[in-house]
Design a binder for this molecule. Structure first.
Ligand SMILES: [Zn+2]
Length: 98
């Protein structure tokens, strides 16, 4: 029973995170500050509840500067020949393997 309850909490946390990231994406062009705050909140929820996000969500913002990633705007994707993988480079300089 206990773990089932936990799962319900986690899935509702996950959907809140999804919503926050969606709002962050919408706010990104008009108000970057607000957008960043949404990502802050999403990241906070993620850490506090130790939820695992699906890959698309995990790769949709920067863990360092909390900016929502918009291809060509706040991040660029490139092929990393050395490690034979795709990488994302955030505008803050952080890179992440995809
Ligand atoms: Zn960054």
């Amino acid at each position: 029973m206990h773990s089932k309850r936990k799962n319900i909490i986690k899935s509702s946390v996950r959907s809140s995170i999804e919503k926050l990231l969606e709002q962050a994406r919408k706010a990104a062009s008009k108000s970057p500050e607000r957008s960043k705050r949404y990502v802050d909140m999403a990241f906070d929820l993620m850490k506090k509840n130790k939820v695992k996000l699906p890959k698309e969500l995990r790769n949709s913002f920067c863990r360092k500067c909390h900016v929502i990633w918009i291809p060509g705007k706040t991040m660029t994707a490139y092929y990393d020949r050395k490690n034979d993988c795709l990488r994302v480079k955030c505008r803050c300089g952080a890179t992440k393997r995809l």
